[in-house]
Design a protein. Structure first.
Length: 206
């Protein structure tokens, strides 16, 4: 592998690794924003986020009676959980988001184990969401974005593996320098025979 090919491959693998890192960061930030929307009562949701954290917080907020009263009319009588569950849910969500941010920060300079940790954590989140809340066709867009996050992070890990196994470039031999006509190593000396005759006469005189 020549140096030019080695450089092109190395740059490609590094870009994929950095792209995976920023997928983790963006997912963590969008999850934080979604949790803030739930806490402050905004009816908005970003898809590029951790689903179990979000829906768990929605569920806890509902079961602690934090939603508008009219939402509970069809469930009467409804026994609410203590408010401490809601506070604990918020705290746990923030801790998990902080772990994602930590994985992003620590994974710089190709510390890929932190990227692996973020992938495992996100896969657990998605699996827990499916187990706890089930699969709904209406949430297909959520599942597609979750699959993309998994793919992006996994691609970065694979890119790091390929980068670490990339063979060193082989230096190509440099051809011998010559002029435009290829005469650099040719002998252009001229002998008309007079020099040889003079040497013979000198020997005879001795």
């Amino acid at each position: 592998m020549n140096r030019q090919t080695h450089t092109a491959l190395a740059q490609s693998y590094k870009k994929k690794y950095e792209s995976a890192r920023y997928s983790v960061l963006i997912m963590a930030l969008f999850t934080l924003v979604n949790c803030a929307f739930i806490i402050f009562g905004f009816d908005t949701y970003f898809l590029f986020s951790a689903p179990f954290i979000y829906y768990s917080l929605v569920n806890i907020k509902f079961n602690t009676g934090k939603f508008p009263a009219e939402l509970y009319d069809e469930y009467e009588p409804f026994e609410f959980l203590p408010e401490g569950f809601y506070i604990a849910g918020i705290a746990i969500a923030l801790i998990v988001i902080a772990v994602y941010v930590l994985c992003w920060f620590k994974s710089k300079d190709f510390h890929h184990k932190w990227l692996i940790a973020s992938l495992i954590l996100f896969c657990i989140d998605v699996a827990a969401d499916l187990v706890r809340f089930g699969f709904y066709i209406d949430n297909i867009i959520d599942y597609i974005f979750a699959a993309y996050v998994i793919y992006s992070i996994a691609s970065g890990i694979v890119a790091y593996t390929k980068l670490s196994k990339l063979p060193e470039p082989v230096e190509e031999p440099v051809p011998a320098a010559e002029d435009d006509f290829g005469f650099a190593e040719r002998d252009f000396s001229y002998n008309d025979g007079n020099t040889e005759n003079a040497e013979q006469k000198e020997e005879e005189n001795k």
